[in-house]
Design a protein around this ligand. Sequence first.
Ligand code: APR
Length: 229
Amino acid sequence: MKHIVVLTGAGMSAESGIKTFRDADGLWEGHDVMEVATPEGFKRNPELVLNFYNARRKQLNEVEPNQAHKDLARLENNYKVSIITQNVDDLHERAGSSNVIHLHGELRKIRSTKNENDIKVWTEDIHLGDNCESGYQLRPHIVWFGEAVPMIDKAVEICQQADILVIIGTSMQVYPAAGLLDFAPTQTPIYYIDPKPAMDKNGKVHIIAESATEGVKTLLHLLENATQN
Ligand code: APR
């Protein structure tokens, strides 16, 4: 079975009703990203940051995987599929994908501010004063700007094994995620689905300038034709 590696960003979940980061004047759900997605922002105003993620987690219960999430899950019938997502939602998992790596953390999990490996399932709102068992403040299990990306080594290893690489709905501005495509073997075809594609790597990338739901359909046709030829 060929191995398809899919790198997804916020545009993947846009048609499920979750806003992207950079389509709204640098504001994320009305907030400056630096205010709610940095360790400094958390230090300055922890209550605001906790409330922000409490709201993001609640929003997850009101949205559903879109057709593109579902179509990617169905690809597993014919391919080995690895999904590397920058998204903190769980829509790939809920659509049925079985191999999902979250580069930037997960909204369904919390962790201790003291020990990044002390991670638990997140079920209720957290507030200032809610502590882990060792007595340290709890925070969302989200990788903020300026923090290490623990899953990046695993993601690099997966990209090195890609027979086909697909990039969906990301502005390719945030590293190290944006550098992952450079680890795919040189002969590996790269498809990039995004209505406003941000790069073409000197024409080496097959651009599908469509939304995720339309673009994944187009991709499936292209893959089908490629196997028939
Ligand atoms: N279908 C596909 N792509 C879409 C759609 C859609 N319906 N709507 C918008 N897009 C595209 C935009 O054109 C843009 O290229 O999704 C991309 C979203 O880009 P960003 O908002 O920058 O999101 P992303 O690339 O995932 O951001 C990376 O930055 O803020 C941090 O940690 C956060 O994981 C995030 C990272």
